[in-house]
Design a protein around this ligand. Structure first.
Ligand code: C5P
Length: 284
């Protein structure tokens, strides 16, 4: 079985408060992207067997990988030990704020459930997904959603999905999500200025994690500032806890010319990827 695991962007990210459990209460609009990882799953070997391969040598393929965690959680919840071979082809960089690992976990859960004729209900899948990571439940439905709690309470949005041309730009360093939230908690106070909003069509785009992340990672602030000055760019913002900055380009603009200009300025250690939002509805 072949499944796609899409990346995501946070179009808004509002931090409401720090919770007693250390997480932050959020209100965030998340949109899935056309850019995706690919996962191939087949039955293989004796019960309990797992052969897991990944084309990205930097990613651990042991129990710390979210795909392996998803398999373990599925087996525990269903007591179905089918032997498996799983191959993961990464297109989404990690430490990028694009939800790649979370999406791989959700796609693995969905594929295993389908492969075994749906032993788990949607609610059970959501609970397992939330135990794997705050972003994982979003990827069970994808599309466009308003997420609350630590991000795991997902309400699909009925608004049409914008047909924006996007350029994703990630410098050669990633950002640790726990560090970004800790940094927000340390630097934020009630007198701090509200995060500036970029208005685009009917959207108010903003990300409360930009200020704490930009205060340490100055190249990200420079990149966003430069992007916003370019005539092709309608809006530019960091996704999640970074380090990806995304640019929303004007309709009909020559995105290949613009991509080349970005590569020329930032060099080939920056990852630069054109994409769009994912218009496919994955609910089933
Ligand atoms: O849930 P997940 O494993 O993705 O979260 C990683 C870390 O990011 C958490 O351990 C926590 O430090 C931080 N986080 C947070 N508030 C959230 C989501 C994540 O503080 N809503």
């Amino acid at each position: 079985m072949n499944v796609q695991a899409p990346a995501k962007l946070n179009l808004t990210l509002k931090i409401l408060n720090r919770r007693p459990d250390g997480y932050h209460e959020l209100e965030t609009i998340i949109a899935a992207l056309a850019l995706s990882d690919r996962i191939t799953i087949s039955q293989s070997g004796a019960p309990g067997h797992l052969e897991f391969q990944c084309n990205e040598p930097d990613l651990p393929i042991d129990e710390s990988n979210l795909v392996v965690k998803a398999v373990t959680a599925f087996r525990k919840a269903t007591a179905i030990p089918t032997g498996l071979k799983i191959t993961l082809v990464k297109n989404i960089p990690h430490g990028a704020g694009l939800g790649g690992g979370s999406s791989d976990a959700a796609a693995t859960l969905l594929a295993l459930n389908k492969m075994h004729d749906s032993p788990l209900s949607k609610l059970q899948l959501s609970e397992i997904a939330a135990s794997l990571g705050s972003d994982v439940p979003f990827f069970l439905t994808g599309g466009l959603a308003l997420c609350h709690g630590r991000g795991e309470k997902v309400t699909p949005m009925t608004e049409p999905i914008p047909d924006w041309s996007l350029l994703l730009i990630k410098p050669p360093f990633g950002i640790s999500t726990p560090w970004a939230y800790q940094s927000y908690a340390k630097t934020h106070n009630d007198t701090a200025h509200a995060t500036p909003v970029q208005k685009l069509d009917d959207w108010n785009l903003f990300n409360d994690l930009e200020a704490p992340v930009f205060s340490k990672y100055l190249p990200l602030a420079e990149l966003k500032g430069w992007l916003r000055q370019q005539p092709e760019v309608r809006a530019a913002m960091m996704s999640g806890s970074g380090s990806t900055i995304f640019a929303i380009l004007g309709n009909g603009c020559a995105s290949e010319d613009f991509r080349q200009r970005v590569v020329q300025r930032y060099g080939d250690t920056f990852w630069v990827m054109p994409t769009t939002l994912d218009t496919k509805d994955r609910r089933h």
